[in-house]
Design a binder for this molecule. Structure first.
Ligand code: GRF
Length: 203
């Protein structure tokens, strides 16, 4: 699957981009041994693009409202990524479902970070789901993306306690701190060719 060799990383985002900032920092100081060679946002004024600007990472906007189907949008994004020689894609707060076409185009080459211990609480508002369920431990997961929502093979997870007086904001902030540690770690394992898929298990 995610073989070793020199990778070029693409990041897709829609919003704040704190995970992008963490990945850029990790690339800068060598914890991730490959460059972020393209950032694509589907939202023209996504605040996360400022992190790309500051780091002088190449970025482009592909406004999804300019495409009539999900696949048409994804084909535009893929063309940009492939044009930049991207070999690994990190979703970082990318608020769009990927078309099957896109997932098949980059098999086992797309990573995502999700704010729960998957397979618990997939989909939107994972932190709210955790609070409503009453769990005492939640966390975050970096996984490979397949055609099912938040269901691909897990690379790394980090556990985060839920406190009695947490609300969605306090819990999200505690999870986010761990996300920013976990995502660079998982990405560096993939870049170094240390992740091998054997059925659903990898190490
Ligand atoms: C994070 O909580 C991530 O787990 C989820 O979307 C959020 C993105 O935050 N997929 P940011 O844009 O990276 O700050």
């Amino acid at each position: 699957m995610t073989g070793s060799g020199q990778h070029r990383i693409g990041v897709l985002l829609s919003g704040r981009g704190s995970n992008l900032a963490a990945l850029l920092a990790a690339c800068r100081d060598g914890r991730v041994p490959s460059p972020i060679a393209m950032v694509v946002s589907n939202v023209p004024d996504a605040p996360g693009l400022d992190h790309a600007r500051k780091a002088e990472a190449p970025f482009q906007v592909v406004d999804h409202r300019q495409s009539s189907t999900r696949e048409q949008h994804d084909r535009k994004v893929a063309e940009i990524l492939e044009g930049a020689g991207i070999t690994l894609i990190c979703l970082a707060g990318y608020l769009r479902l990927l078309s099957p076409w896109f997932v098949q185009r980059f098999p086992d080459r797309i990573l995502n970070i999700h704010p729960s211990l998957l397979p618990a609480f997939p989909g939107l508002h994972a932190q709210r789901q955790a609070l409503r369920h009453g769990v005492k431990i939640t966390g975050c997961t970096v996984h490979l993306v397949d055609e099912q929502l938040d269901a691909g093979p897990i690379i790394l997870q980090s556990a985060v306690p839920v406190h009695d007086h947490d609300d969605e904001d306090t819990l999200s902030a505690r999870i986010l701190e761990q996300e920013q540690i976990l995502y660079p770690k998982a990405l560096s394992l993939v870049c170094e060719g240390k992740i091998h898929l054997r059925s659903r298990q990898e190490q």
